[in-house]
Design a protein around this ligand. Sequence first.
Ligand code: NCD
Length: 316
Amino acid sequence: MRRHLLSIDDLSRDDIERILGRAESFAEVSGREIKKVPTLRGRTVINLFYEASTRTSSSFELAAKRLSADLVSVKSSGSSVDKGESLKDTVQTLSAYDPAAIVIRSPHAGAAALVARWTRASVINAGDGKHEHPTQALLDVYTLARRVGSLAGLRVWIVGDVMHSRVARSGILAFSRMGCEVTVCGPPTLIPRGIESLGCRVRTTLDELPEADVVYALRMQHERMDGSFVPSLREYAAQYQIDGRRLRPNQLLMHPGPVNRGVELAAEVIDSPQALIVEQVESGVVVRMAVLYELLAGHGAPSGVRAQPATEPQPA
Ligand code: NCD
């Protein structure tokens, strides 16, 4: 595995499986009363978030803390970014603390790759514009595999605002790498041209949705829309909302959160037993622990980056 996690393309299927297995071992740790292992003691992790986040930032924080790392969380508002400090200067400043990892979320595609050029730390992309969100895809694969076992041959439909979705892009790559058949579906204005090259089919109606094993709904990304992509949210919901009528009893439902209730999902499906949405959030912590472990302590960690010997998760 490489030193950074910028894209799902950085990972082979073996890498993904190793991370899932590692996450599984951390799930055991998370079931204990004391949810901490000494693996990253003395190492520093910096969370650098230039965009709103609830789940991703809190789960990366918990992941770093449960691995005993020292954690610094910097949000763009309230930091010197507000005073106009550039990303490069901010990264170089924070790199003076000699962090083992920098977790970066940015509204700009490619930001994580730039950060990787400016620091000696391992860089983890926690969402860069509409480009990628690899740890989301890993936790999605983990959550689904825990529920159904093997993912081979599973039909996954990713429905909604594919155009603005880094979750969709990383999801297509990860699900297809794990052997799923991926279809993306949404209004033609919200399907980027050429998306098939990532390894999916495209549909613009829900007519064939009954064939899906898994329905993965995306949030309408209002904040990334400058023009008008759909006539109205009501119109969008009429054609693409996943509700109790469209979701078959044998289908599983996923969503990265935050949900726009009543837009991409109807209340009755969000709260149904078919929904894996809460499990996805829960998986976020152990999968991000596994990613930090892989990059900083596990297989492939570059020599010289280790501050002290890595420690396996300790038995209770
Ligand atoms: C996603 C994101 O920010 O990319 N949320 C998340 O990380 N759980 C999806 C979204 O905002 O729609």
